[in-house]
Design a protein around this ligand. Structure first.
Ligand SMILES: [Zn+2]
Length: 214
């Protein structure tokens, strides 16, 4: 078998990946997937988004680790590492306008052969997820799954543009124009911040006037 350096060897179609072989051979692959290829993600993108078809770059890497198998012998346990980076437009639940949400996923999966095996695996292992591998594994589907899991619980701008005062709930001093901190739902932002001595020291070091944003 000839290997072409620079080409993602063995990755013909990320929709039909031999995941066991991918892991066993320690292969790597990378690509770009667009929101238009991910119907469930596309559902989350509001119609008035400036760009409904943003892209995500992804990198996948297979590996094995010697582990005790079910039959009591030590064997190579297949693993997959998957990284996804990109952004999609979502609807801000505070001001109901679209905003660009960044996605940064870095996940490691233990690849098992059957659903039963997956259920046996203790779920409190929070660093490693379990997936059922196959010889025609849909990597794009896994990428979509990860993106959906990474959706913010309440999608919203960090700071909404032109928030109407009526939307700023419970902030008595909301008319204090320019006081972005008043948007803080806890209302603590209303009190003038006491300068943190360390922050003051920091700004002295940087020669800046007191920095409020932190
Ligand atoms: Zn907003």
């Amino acid at each position: 078998m000839t290997q072409h350096p620079g080409k993602p060897a063995g990755l013909s179609d990320p929709h039909e990946l031999d995941l066991f072989e991918f892991a066993r051979s320690g292969r790597q692959a990378a690509g770009v997937v667009r929101v238009s290829q991910l119907p469930r993600m596309l559902n989350e993108v509001p119609a008035e988004a400036p760009d409904r078809d943003t892209g995500f770059t992804w990198q996948a890497e297979g590996s094995t680790q010697p582990e005790l198998q079910d039959d009591g012998t030590e064997g190579p346990q297949p693993y997959l590492r998957l990284a996804i980076h990109g952004a999609a437009w979502l609807e801000c639940q505070r001001c109901m306008t679209p905003y660009s949400q960044a996605f940064n996923v870095d996940a490691t999966y233990r690849i098992v052969s059957t659903e039963g095996e997956a259920e046996e695996f203790p779920l409190d292992e929070d660093e490693v997820e379990v997936i059922v591998g196959s010889r025609q594994f849909d990597l794009i589907d896994l990428i979509e799954e990860e993106l959906l899991l990474s959706l913010p619980l309440v999608p919203k701008h960090e700071v909404c543009p032109e928030v109407h005062e009526s939307l700023v709930s419970g902030a008595a001093g909301a008319e204090g124009a320019g006081d972005e901190a008043a948007l803080d739902e806890a209302g603590e932002g209303e009190e003038p911040e006491r300068p943190n001595p360390f922050a003051a020291l920091e700004s002295l070091k940087r020669g800046e006037p007191g920095d409020k944003k932190h």
